[in-house]
Write a protein that binds this ligand. Structure first.
Ligand SMILES: [Cu+2]
Length: 428
């Protein structure tokens, strides 16, 4: 029930209704916080949007009127993910089971917590903003606000190449809420990507693929000036935009640049490729904290909870280092579950006694070496998996350090930092 999208990638997309719609809604989405005098700047941004997407724009929406299923004939690989166009899934609820994404990146808009400066524009960002994936991993990009894209820095998009050699200038279409876009990262290396509509607001991120070594880290320089050819793409440079901002806003010469810039983001120390490789994921907050002029304005928002570790390690007096949840409560695995199977053998009354650990995104604490993932329970909640084992709490544990469920019926066990069950005797 989804269109693989291949037939929608027209060559005349610059004039497609979708491009115009995006241009318009982009204006609307930021009109609320920008003053009237700056409208000419927005026109400039709008033009840039159409240009930046010209080589990779297509609709992510189902064509409900067509009544026919069209087949992708553009040379997709076996998984149906095109190396240039990825795979747009109009309805994320209908993600084909054969495509099991290994990672998820959300595309966000967050209002800063800045009562002193109510006109401060929102932060448009990817979260996590840095991830390390294995070669061949599929990443699902999920918009949580409208009108984002995921686009490679590439000469074909008007930028220096910031993806490994041979990687095409890939781009998602403009993504609407409820959709998703999948891309398979096959070539090892460092990938910098941006959101077309929000690039000038600093919306960019870095993906490190494979076992990167220090000597393999590419030197990306001078990217944000745009390329000389074609010169029309130069409007992406910060200098140009500052000029426009100052020219269109009276007495604005001393105005501090209100937005994040991609350069600030991608130069943040915590987005160093080796740091990303070592950390696995880097939340947006960590990058924001490293940009001096925003360091005091971290959004005080659910965002903080979403990026706090969902699973961490705690030393237990009897069992040594074990996995615990965000509140340091002991976590368990269930022998009747099948390791690696995205399903649970514990629901109903069982789930009352052994509440599943749920989170939209599983974030590993520092000492967690188990690979974390999630799957959808019948209730619609996302349950966290460590090393292939669905995780549960125990209703009779009252405080951190309690592990009253250990060895219960000889089928419930705590887990070590790598997600291996610790099948010791019951403690009582
Ligand atoms: Cu965006």
């Amino acid at each position: 029930m989804f269109d693989a999208g291949g037939s929608n990638w027209g060559s005349d997309t610059m004039r497609s209704p979708e491009a115009e719609r995006t241009d318009e809604s982009f204006d609307k989405s930021i009109a609320g916080w920008i003053d009237f005098e700056r409208r000419p700047l927005l026109k400039t941004l709008g033009a840039g949007v159409a240009l930046s997407l010209s080589s990779g724009l297509a609709t992510a929406r189902d064509d409900d009127d067509s009544g026919t299923e069209e087949t992708d004939t553009t040379g997709s690989d076996a998984a149906g993910i095109d190396p240039q166009y990825g795979l747009a899934v109009p309805d994320v609820e209908e993600l084909p089971e054969t495509l099991d994404p290994d990672h998820e990146v959300r595309l966000h808009t967050v209002e800063p917590d800045d009562p002193e400066n109510p006109d401060r524009p929102p932060f448009f960002h990817f979260d996590p903003i840095g991830i390390h994936v294995s070669g061949g991993d599929v990443v699902q990009f999920t918009p949580e606000s409208p009108d984002h894209t995921v686009t490679a820095y590439h000469p074909a998009q008007g930028f220096q190449q910031r993806v490994p050699d041979g990687v095409p200038p890939f781009s998602s279409p403009v993504l609407n809420l409820g959709s998703a876009w999948l891309y398979e990262f096959t070539e090892p290396g460092v990938y910098d990507v941006y959101c077309g509509p929000h690039h000038v607001l600093g919306m960019s991120m870095r993906i490190v693929v494979g076992d990167l070594a220090e000597e393999d880290v590419p030197e990306y320089e001078d990217t944000f000036e745009g390329s000389d050819e074609p010169p029309l793409l130069a409007p992406f440079s910060k200098a140009f935009l500052e000029h426009e901002l100052n020219a269109t806003t009276e007495g604005n010469e001393d105005c501090e640049w209100a937005w994040l810039t991609p350069q600030e983001i991608l130069d943040a120390p915590t987005l160093d490729p080796m740091t990303i490789r070592d950390r696995g994921t880097v939340p947006f907050e960590d990058v924001l904290a490293e940009i001096d002029r925003f360091a005091d304005e971290l959004p005080d928002h659910d965002e903080a909870d979403e990026t706090a570790p969902t699973v961490q390690v705690r030393d237990h007096a009897e069992y040594g280092e074990i996995l615990v949840d965000a509140d340091e409560m002991t976590l368990y695995m269930f022998d009747q579950d099948t390791q690696g199977a995205p399903e649970t053998a514990c629901d109903g009354d069982c789930a009352d006694a052994w509440p599943p650990l749920t989170a939209d995104t599983a974030v590993a604490g520092d000492d967690v070496t188990a690979e974390l993932d999630t799957f959808e329970r019948a209730t619609g909640e996302m349950q966290v998996i460590a090393n292939g084992w669905p995780l549960y709490g125990f209703a009779q544990d009252d405080a951190p350090g309690d592990a009253r469920g250990q060895g219960s019926n000889d089928i419930w066990w705590v887990l070590g930092p790598d997600g291996t069950p610790i099948r010791s005797d019951a403690s009582d």
